[in-house]
Design a protein around this ligand. Sequence first.
Ligand SMILES: [Fe+2]
Length: 307
Amino acid sequence: MPDPVITAAASQIATCRATGQVPVIRTFFDIPTFTATHVVHDPATRTAAIVDSVMDYDPASGRTDPAFAQEIVDYVTAEKLKVEWILETHVHADHLSAAPWLQERVGGKLGIGDAIIRVQGIFGRLFNAGTRFARDGSQFDHLFHDGAQFRLGTLPVTAMHVPGHTPADMAYVIGDAAFIGDTLFMPDYGTARADFPGGDARMLYHSIRRLLSLPDETRVFLCHDYKAPGRDDYVWETTIGAERRHNVHVHEGVDEETFVNMRTARDATLSLPNLIMPSVQVNMRGGNLPEPEDNGVSYIKIPVNQA
Ligand SMILES: [Fe+2]
């Protein structure tokens, strides 16, 4: 059975490459969290989307730092871009989103996958977030389903649900470029972990197989890079062809069982990201801090002996 979402995305990519209708992409790399924030725009209309923004945060002092997010605002302003979307590929566990801070300054609708509701259920319980924390995705302006199509200016966009790292991961295919979040990393580094609450290595394998069935020439933009051994620079762009042939974890020929065994064994050796507690509590609220307490201050909780 052909996958209709892949068929639609593949034909979009082929058409955009044939007609030269491709986005301009500028990436900003946040070194403290190893995150790539992409500003994508349609050169015909200057309509833009910001994918996976970062608000830096010092957990020792509990202070946010908008310097990196300000670089995005400066670029958008200098390039006279009209921000229509602020997109999240998922609820990140390693950095805080700058989405609401950016939205106040440059506008745009905040979008994420519709499975966010499951993620809010899981983390709402884990953090005992109470009845004031809505678990219906209402903190976001739009929830995308698998196969959702829209336009960024004149550019066609297809959203794909690619769960596994978390239940709600999305990839956004904009023109000929796929923003794939935490699924694949650079071919020499491998794949995202699948051991967070709601993660599933088998599901991740299937999502990656879907991505790898896009055309070889698809430009691929990653959410993170950690430099692979022997590589000195951060890199965040590759192609589906390069991933299919060379990805160290999941190149062509790696079957599901081999991948799941490798991923599960590797995940057992990884420690949790430094910023997992603040990141999850903020990002499940669309990048907003938890509701302030009666003294007007927001607090980040840590469940002791739980996670
Ligand atoms: Fe992530």
